[in-house]
Design a binder for this molecule. Structure first.
Ligand SMILES: [Zn+2]
Length: 142
């Protein structure tokens, strides 16, 4: 799976986790929606790839598809995969993804979350670029 991500992207580091909020999210939802602007650093709402057993090319291909235009994806009933320009970058994205999944679980417990639109996220990306906030820079910009 890691090799497939390296081959299909500009990744210089790939991180895979079995982080609990992400796994819990993957058992219920097909996507992690944009409820906080920091998700712009992952390229937008994060897809959940359908479940398939670990260890084969099929999982690698599903992960690559879920990563299209994103630097993070969720693997249903399994975990997370993120990538970046460095191991620190990929790891920080994995931490951000876990935080966003936890945040979403809290929001859903309270009611129906209000979502940020694609134009809200584009506005965030433009402001991040203007301020040179590298930690929020989408991977396609790195
Ligand atoms: Zn795994």
């Amino acid at each position: 799976m890691h090799l497939a991500v390296y081959r299909s992207s500009l990744a210089r580091a790939v991180v895979h986790t079995h982080s609990p909020a992400v796994i819990a999210h993957s058992t219920v939802f097909d996507e992690l929606p944009a409820i906080h602007y920091a998700i712009a650093a992952l390229g937008g709402p994060v897809r959940v790839a359908p479940y398939i057993r670990f260890g084969g090319d099929a999982l690698a291909q599903l992960a690559v598809q879920a990563l299209e235009g994103r630097s993070a994806a969720i693997l249903q009933n399994h975990g997370a995969i993120t990538y970046g320009n460095s191991l620190t970058d990929a790891y920080e994205r994995a931490q951000l993804l876990e935080w966003l999944a936890d945040l979403y679980a809290r929001a859903v417990a309270l009611g129906t979350p209000r979502l940020l639109s694609p134009s809200d996220l584009a506005d965030v990306t433009a402001e991040v670029r203007r301020r040179h906030y590298s930690s929020l820079t989408p991977v396609t910009e790195n």
